[in-house]
Design a protein around this ligand. Structure first.
Ligand SMILES: [Zn+2]
Length: 287
């Protein structure tokens, strides 16, 4: 348990707590209750932290305040979604990729170098409505140069053409954006809101404790939004199943659970590549 985070959470709760209103009363347990919904507006802090905090009692939101806040969040979410729907496909493409290079990775640019990856990408796009409704994602696993990123970007570009919002970002950039004070909130909103999140190079991020905690929050946010996740990764299916660290295990098991579409994982090997010549020729577009 991260004590600092716990104290931070408590402090946040206290800050957000509703003020005392007319009709509020002290209950038999000595805590303040809401006069409207009759649920407590305070709670007792247990354990060693209690002494450090104002008599061991902290403020919190009562049920009706909590519901009000929830409704406001929903309203804000609907407004965001509406805004997203109004975006044109070039705007959605700009929001999707951090680098113009990826915008040209589409089915039209396919050179036939990685047929298995492209076939999987077509399948995912063709069945997106159904798979997305069932929260089924896809995992592309394989070494560098097997066409994973190209295939994932083909999915992104095709779905953008079909009117969807997609975000393609590397795992490293994602944890960086999530951990940066100035971009964190926007990052988490985007993770929650886009129709498809594609995390490129999953597993290649630095695995410091702080980073893994961020990565878990990111994946968890997407998981709770009940929306699909596509990953590309150099990790093998076995490495995803049994990582050597508990924090990784927690993250990987969730990612594997989310990569649940019938053809997942799509495992790509160098042997899939057509020929050395084709490889050299198309190196520039297939990464
Ligand atoms: Zn209330």
């Amino acid at each position: 348990m991260d004590i600092k985070k716990t104290i931070g959470d408590l402090a946040a709760k206290a800050t957000a707590a509703s003020p005392q209103n007319e009709g509020d009363y002290i209950g038999e347990d000595g805590l303040l209750y809401c006069g409207k919904c009759n649920t407590p507006k305070q709670f007792r802090v247990k354990g060693s932290l209690a002494a450090a905090i104002n008599g061991g009692v902290m403020n919190c939101a009562c049920k009706c305040e909590e519901e009000k806040r929830h409704a406001e969040e929903e309203q804000e979410r609907t407004a965001r979604e509406k805004l997203m729907l109004e975006l044109t496909s070039p705007q959605r493409r700009n929001n999707c990729f951090s680098d113009d290079f990826y915008k040209s990775m589409n089915f039209g640019a396919d050179t036939g170098k990685a047929p298995k990856a492209i076939e999987a990408a077509h399948y995912y796009v063709d069945n997106f409505e159904r798979l997305s409704a069932a929260n089924m994602g896809l995992m592309f696993l394989g070494d560098v140069g097997t066409g994973k990123t190209f295939a994932a970007c083909c999915i992104a570009n095709a779905l953008i053409d079909n009117g969807h919002s997609v975000w393609v970002i590397t795992a490293s950039d994602l944890t960086r954006a999530a951990g940066n004070f100035s971009t964190s909130e926007e990052t988490f909103c985007k993770i929650r809101d886009v129709d498809l999140l594609i995390v490129d190079d999953f597993g290649a991020q630095s695995n410091t404790e702080h980073n893994l905690s961020l990565l878990f929050d990111v994946i968890d946010k997407r998981y709770k939004a009940k929306k699909p996740l596509v990953i590309t990764s150099n990790l093998t299916a076995n490495e995803l199943k049994s990582p050597n660290n508990t924090q990784l295990k927690r993250i990987y098991s969730r990612v594997v659970e989310m990569g649940s579409c019938p053809i997942s994982p799509v495992v790509l090997t160098g042997e899939e590549l057509r020929s050395g010549i084709a490889r050299r020729k198309h190196e520039a577009v297939i990464v």
